[in-house]
Design a binder for this molecule. Structure first.
Ligand SMILES: [Zn+2]
Length: 292
């Protein structure tokens, strides 16, 4: 973990639970794409910077999940680098309490206020095209989170953030986190058609072609949607739908998984209702979901 891997003249990634991109933008200047889990990740990144006599000028966050922004604060304090984050992700990065609050749907209990779901806050600036290094293109990749972006660098390396889960991850965990199913499917279709010298997903191996993996992720979304619609054939309340999904996939419920998978299943229900496959009604003071 935390080895520096060079993939082109200017581009690298740091092997870590969520791959951190590192791109040279001058003779001794570099920027990062995301910053790792926490302060410890930040310290390991700082060691790599120091060992190579690189000056960190900026961190470009792809989205605001804690495993991507956790090293922001340490690195900003240590190096004086700027921190950028796109759209709504910028608000979540500035106010990380929003993340467990969003997942829980209210003020989160202590079980959800830990570093895996809530990074230390950092002073992020709203990212726009003008803040990008020369030759970079920012690519909107919404769906996994509200305003996630990826980056195509000056030498045609594409950093894809969290829009693709590896085949192994899909097999083990079955359900990838999604906030907007329709946007996620559109993002995957766009990724499937992309060409680049190399793609670097944060949670899958780098590859010259990710079309098959994109297709696998698309198929999984439809499988999950069909399963939820199937459970709703017998009218069901939310917790019964969630239990049906966990039982069916053989997953183990924890408080954290209830929030993470629960939030994702709510997003699926919104999408299924929007596309006319399920309907909701209040009956006997309960919200009931029924397949149409
Ligand atoms: Zn994420």
């Amino acid at each position: 973990m935390y080895e520096l891997v060079q993939v082109s003249e200017d581009c690298y990634y740091i092997e870590s639970p969520a791959k951190i991109g590192l791109v040279k933008t001058g003779d001794d200047e570099v920027c990062l794409i995301d910053s790792g889990n926490d302060k410890d990740a930040g310290k390991k990144v700082k060691k790599i910077l120091d060992a190579n006599s690189w000056k960190l000028t900026a961190i470009y966050n792809t989205h605001s999940h804690a495993d991507h922004i956790g090293g922001n604060r340490y690195l900003a304090v240590q190096t004086g680098c700027r921190i950028y984050a796109p759209g709504i992700e910028c608000s979540f990065t500035r106010h990380p309490l929003l993340e467990p609050s969003f997942l829980y749907g209210g003020y989160p209990p202590s079980e959800l206020r830990h570093k895996f779901l809530m990074a230390k806050e950092s002073d992020a600036i709203l990212l726009d095209e003008h803040a990008l290094p020369d030759g970079w293109v920012m690519m909107p990749l919404p769906g996994h989170s509200f305003d996630m972006v990826g980056f195509r660098t000056q030498d045609d390396i594409v950093y894809l953030a969290d829009c693709l889960a590896s085949a192994e991850t899909l097999k083990k965990y079955q359900i990838s986190f999604i906030v907007d199913v329709e946007a996620y499917l559109s993002t995957l279709e766009a990724v499937k058609a992309m060409k680049a010298r190399l793609f670097i997903p944060a949670h899958a191996e780098p590859a010259e072609d990710v079309s098959e993996l994109a297709e696998l992720n698309i198929a999984k979304v439809h499988e999950i949607a069909d399963k939820i619609a199937g459970i709703c054939k017998a009218s069901a309340v939310f917790d019964d739908i969630l239990k049906g999904i966990f039982d069916d996939y053989g997953l183990e419920m924890t408080f954290e998984q209830h929030a993470l998978v629960g939030s994702t299943v709510r997003s699926y229900l919104a999408w299924l209702e929007g596309s006319g496959r399920v309907r909701s009604e209040i009956s006997d003071n309960r919200l009931i979901w029924t397949a149409v």
